[in-house]
Ligand binder design. Structure first.
Ligand code: HEM
Length: 318
């Protein structure tokens, strides 16, 4: 009887731990409940990127902006309604973040296979990883078990997502506030090896700054006038290989060809110069460190256990 009581007690504690709100993310969270999940995400991302390579970049950014506002909880995916203000129209996101339709497509296929099981937050984490892999970057195992927020926070999105005009101290402080180091800032900024940015966000840099390669500035000015006429004209964040996930971002920085002020501050006679220089010549080190930092990013304040919900539609709370 004593053994039975002990066993019962141990099992109850295990159960409590598994259901507790402090439950950890785990790699095989959906192995039994949604075994096709990772295949569905990979296949949908493959066809989306085949249509438009940039979408891999857009979804990676979406994930970053999700995680920096109340943690990786799918809050960025929520649409505004008459009674609800979300994060989509926050200044850093408005008319800028993209990829919501791809997340909807993945969610629809996942629901068809295993309904009410997989969170939108986890789908976004997997899709971001797959975007990187499909554009030639490193892979990593995504810890899973996040649940979806029932709310969003526009003012936190306005104040906690870094801006392209920020200096190194400000960027570092924002990353430290999320449990990420200055080195994490430098390696995660390597995400700017893919994707595009709007003229309005780099105009000041190309017209007013001096730590910029002259030919590069001239090239960018050709499609981004000093007046606000072509605010939304696009330029690649990595001038060398905009759709390949490689270490050319760092080669650009060493050559004073960072597109945003916030890029070039990582190589401007400051604390991150050595790391930038080393990533510029050692792609393997960049790949390994980027993958590790993405796992760290993906663990920022997730909702787990009985917190939050598994949204049926990523745009709406249940
Ligand atoms: C360190 C501070 C950062 C700042 C200030 C910053 C700022 C920006 C800005 C201004 C854009 C262009 C937006 C537009 O033109 O609409 C952009 C694009 C992008 N950012 Fe960042 N970013 C930062 C860090 C990151 C991180 C950590 C990631 C991912 C891990 C990331 C991933 C991307 C990607 C992939 C794009 C291209 C998106 C696309 O083409 O749709 N960024 N970022």
């Amino acid at each position: 009887m004593a053994t039975f009581t002990k066993l019962f007690f141990t099992l109850s504690i295990f159960h409590l731990l598994a259901c507790s709100t402090n439950a950890q993310l785990i790699d095989n969270f959906y192995d039994q409940t949604c075994p096709c999940l990772q295949t569905i995400v990979r296949n949908t991302m493959t066809s989306a990127i085949k249509k438009e390579a940039r979408i891999g970049a857009s979804i990676l950014r979406l994930f970053f902006h999700d995680c920096f506002v109340n943690g990786c909880d799918g809050s960025i995916l929520l649409d505004d309604t008459d009674t609800f203000i979300g994060e989509k129209k926050a200044q850093p996101n408005n008319n800028s973040v993209k990829g919501f339709e791809v997340i909807d497509n993945i969610k629809n296929s996942v629901e068809a296979s295993c309904n009410a099981t997989v969170s939108c937050a986890d789908i976004l984490a997997l899709a971001a990883r797959d975007g990187v892999v499909l554009l030639g970057g490193p892979s990593w195992t995504v810890p899973l078990g996040r649940r979806d927020a029932r709310t969003a926070n526009q003012s936190a999105a306005n104040s906690q997502i870094p801006r392209p005009s920020f200096n190194l101290t400000r960027l570092t402080t924002m990353f430290l506030a999320k449990g990420l180091t200055a080195s994490d800032l430098t390696v995660l900024s390597g995400a700017h090896t893919i994707g595009q940015g709007e003229c309005r966000l780099f105009r000041t840099r190309i017209y007013n700054e001096t730590n910029i390669d002259t030919n590069f500035a001239t090239l960018r000015k050709s499609n981004c006038s000093f007046s606000s006429d072509n605010d939304t004209n696009l330029a690649p964040l990595d001038t060398l290989t905009p759709t390949s996930f490689d270490n050319n971002y760092y080669k650009n920085l060493v050559a004073s060809k960072g597109l945003f002020h916030s890029d070039q501050v990582l190589f401007n006679n400051g604390s991150q110069d050595n790391l930038v220089r080393s990533y510029s010549t050692n792609e393997a080190a960049f790949s390994t460190d980027f993958a590790a930092a993405m796992v760290k990013l993906s663990k920022i304040s997730p909702l787990t256990g009985t917190n939050g919900e598994i949204r049926k539609n990523c745009r709406l709370v249940n």
